[in-house]
Ligand binder design. Structure first.
Ligand code: BJW
Ligand code: ZN
Length: 271
């Protein structure tokens, strides 16, 4: 086991209150594309062309086409060992708050799967359901009155006229996600910041940590005295203050960092 993995595992083993922040990298090994980087979703399209309310107002068909494609990609993906290890941690440790920027629902599915495995021990899946600070791709919301659908609506992107509309006010439905320039749900963000303020360990997995206010979660935990452990393939702005940075793929390294595997892992590291 390399030194950073060992340090991270020791910090996890000793922590009493843990807040976890995940990003697109935690789902990369499931086959969900990340946003930034060479294979990222923003490589060929600028975010403001697709992930802003202005883009939706200008060209809702193109925005819906992009989300319909991403829904079909995610529909074929399964939780990977990183999601499963985090779910197990949240179900077996007394104080873990799982916060995700991801809209793919894979943490949720992992929680349900692991809770089923631990049913004899009385595990309650809800304890491992994450705070989804950027919303969820499998729900829709009315762009007019804000009504939320319980699940996803079938979307026909043939033309603007075939796009789904709200039954009560007639405005276009949109994915229930947070676009640039939009406020995050204050209750969800507040709960995440509260967990960060009281944590003694903040684990940050697979995020470039450049999108705010989500990126302020580890910053706040650090300022409040928590150790910060990062798991990422590449260096990020967190390197400035992280206690330990594990450089490796989340699915390969997290089970060991969380004390759930015995195999050595991690590539290069710094402490
Ligand atoms: C692996 C791996 C493997 C790969 N293992 N690792 C302060 C300063 C500057 C700007 C701002 C600020 N405050 C607000 C802003 C503006 C803006 C912002 O942050 N801009 C910056 C980019 C400059 N923020 C906002 O607009 C937010 N709203 C807001 O602030 O509202 C204010 C307001 C208040 C009151 C009224 C009105 C407004 C909203 C931000 C919403 C972000 N939305 C998106 C799209 C969601 C929907 C969708 O999915 O379509 O969220 S953008 C996109 O980025 C998505 C992600 O959740 C988010 C973060 O990306 P993430 O997860 O970090 O992914 P990547 O691709 O960047 O990184 C992947 C990482 O994984 C990499 O590091 C890899 O190395 C790593 N990796 N494989 C381990 N196997
Ligand atoms: Zn409506």
């Amino acid at each position: 086991m390399n030194a950073a993995v060992e340090r991270a595992r020791d910090l996890v083993g000793r922590a009493e209150r843990i807040v976890v922040l995940t990003g697109a990298g935690v789902s990369a090994e499931s086959g969900v594309p990340t946003f930034r980087g060479t294979d990222g979703l923003w490589k060929s399209r600028r975010p403001e062309q697709l992930a802003t309310p202005e883009a939706f107002a200008r060209d809702p068909r193109t925005v819906w086409e992009w989300y319909a494609w991403r829904r079909s990609v995610i529909g074929a993906c399964l939780p990977n060992p990183a999601h499963l290890a985090l779910a197990r941690l949240a179900l077996t440790h007394d104080h873990v708050t799982l916060v995700t920027q991801n809209v793919d629902g894979l943490h949720h599915r992992a929680a349900d799967e692991v809770a089923d495995d631990l049913a004899d021990a009385g595990a309650d899946a809800a304890r491992a359901h994450p705070l989804e600070v950027h919303g969820a791709m499998h729900r829709d919301r009315c762009s007019g009155c804000g009504w939320r659908s319980p699940g996803r609506t079938d979307v026909d992107t043939t033309s603007v006229d075939t796009l789904p509309r709200c039954e009560s006010c007639g405005e276009l439905l949109r994915p229930d996600v947070v676009w640039f320039g939009e406020a995050l749900d204050m209750e969800v963000l507040g709960a995440a910041l509260e967990a960060a303020r009281h944590a003694d360990l903040c684990l940050v997995v697979g995020t470039s940590a450049v999108v705010y206010p989500a990126a302020s979660i580890p910053e706040l935990a650090h300022r409040s005295g928590a150790a910060v452990v990062e798991v990422n393939l590449e260096e990020t702005p967190l390197a400035r203050y992280a206690t330990t940075s594990v450089r490796g793929a989340a699915g390969l390294t997290l089970p060991t960092v969380l004390g759930l595997a015995l195999t050595p892992c991690g590539t290069s590291t710094h402490g």
